[in-house]
Ligand binder design. Structure first.
Ligand SMILES: *Cc1c(COP(=O)(O)O)cnc(C)c1O
Length: 388
């Protein structure tokens, strides 16, 4: 079937909730993907920040293939070798103080779980989140998500959620009180437009939470696993969150999420929460291979270096359409003074895939294995597209 046929078939039968580029991707390797007609692209969408170790990563392929043959199904009522190893690895690489983890299947589920644990642990119900923040689409996660377009069709959402401007500590001080169960923040706001958090702000929020008996939830779903130049973005600022949500890149492309749990979270009694697929041996094997590869190949350092190169290159583009270039590591945004969608389509024509973050930001989340020449080609093509 050619691209036209595949697009027609998907369009006829899918739910319709996604807006799509008219591109059929059928194969990937490293930082490249190919469409059904064999055209090659540099992939700066990276599965929205999933493909950190690259497409068709050999270590992930081997681990998954072996585990598929051995054992795919092991409910949480039993123990499993791969799960035990992954729990040990996750807590080893996490910011200090996170000694336990709950394994689940997506970013939204990780956020959902963290919110439930925060209520359970504090006996409080209110949550403070940030304007422009994004935490997922399930009811709890959506209640902490700012964008009206996502929220409004599904109201009423959970009660007790308030939003404050990001990076403004005095506004957070006014919002957190003795009824606040948790504050939830991203370290770099992704979906909201690639807005890096200020280190002093984030440390200030953490201190405020300690002082007022609230838990500090950090959402590292997009920033985690080397993306920003450290294994976790928290580690840039020595943050010690009480609950840290991860997902996206964790298992090299297989669906998985996790919540890491600190010592300020109280006892979590048996049977208060659970999920069938969470911590299944296949996802655990893939995650172990992914973490091993990220460390062996020093992908965080690579993201720091190539992210700086990408950002410097983009900043040097002399286009009056650009308002600002910002980011951390290989999480980079170009904010335009106009809608980004036509430019993203033009970029795809030129063999580079990137995504939007809000209406006016071009977002780049390439696999961290991207090469120097590929980064330079991305910059060249963005320059060509933004030329008047
Ligand atoms: C993508 C994302 C989520 C939601 O993850 P899903 O796996 O799509 O449910 C939550 N938080 C952040 C910061 C994200 O980028």
């Amino acid at each position: 079937m050619n691209s036209g046929g595949i697009i027609a078939l998907e369009d006829r039968h899918n739910s319709g909730v996604y807006s799509k580029q008219p591109l059929v991707l059928v194969r990937g390797e490293g930082a490249r993907v190919w469409d059904a007609e064999g055209k090659e692209y540099i992939d700066c969408v990276g599965g929205h920040g999933v493909a950190n170790v690259g497409h068709a990563n050999p270590a992930v392929i081997q681990a998954v293939t072996e585990q598929v043959r051995r054992l795919m199904i092991c409910p949480n009522g039993f123990y499993n070798d791969r799960r035990a190893q992954l729990l040990a690895e996750l807590t080893r690489i996490a910011p200090s103080g996170l000694e336990r983890a709950f394994l689940c299947n997506s970013g939204a589920e990780a956020v959902e779980t963290a919110l439930k644990f925060a209520r359970l642990s504090t006996g409080r119900t209110k949550v403070v989140a940030a304007m422009r923040g994004f935490h997922g689409r399930t009811f709890g996660a959506l209640s902490a998500t700012w964008r009206r377009q996502y929220r409004q069709p599904f109201e009423p959402l959970l009660p007790g959620f308030t939003f404050v401007p990001y990076n403004r500590l005095e506004r957070m001080q006014q919002a957190v009180d003795e009824e606040t169960a948790a504050v939830i923040l991203e370290v770099v706001q992704g979906e909201g437009g690639i807005i890096p958090g200020d280190g002093e702000y984030l440390r200030g929020v953490q201190a405020l939470c300690r002082e007022r008996g609230a838990l500090f939830i950090v959402d590292e779903v997009q920033t985690g696993f080397g993306r920003t130049g450290r294994m976790f973005a928290c580690q840039h600022y020595d943050l010690q969150p009480d609950l840290m949500c991860v997902a996206k890149a964790i298992a090299g492309g297989l669906p998985m999420g996790a919540v890491l749990i600190g010592s300020r979270v109280g006892n979590l009694p048996q049977k208060v929460h659970g999920t069938t697929f969470g911590g299944n041996p296949l996802a655990c094997a893939a995650a172990l291979a992914t973490i091993g590869y990220i460390e062996a190949e020093k992908l965080p350092q690579r993201a720091a270096k190539l992210g700086a190169r990408l950002m410097d290159g983009l900043k040097a583009i002399p286009s009056p359409r650009v308002r600002e270039v910002r980011g951390l590591g290989l999480m980079v945004g170009v904010e335009l003074k106009e809608p980004s969608a036509p430019h993203l389509a033009a970029l795809a024509e030129r063999g580079v895939l990137a995504l939007s973050a809000g209406a006016t930001v071009m977002r780049f989340l390439p696999p961290l294995v991207i090469g120097t020449e590929e980064v330079d080609r991305v910059v060249q093509q963005v320059a060509a597209v933004l030329e008047i």
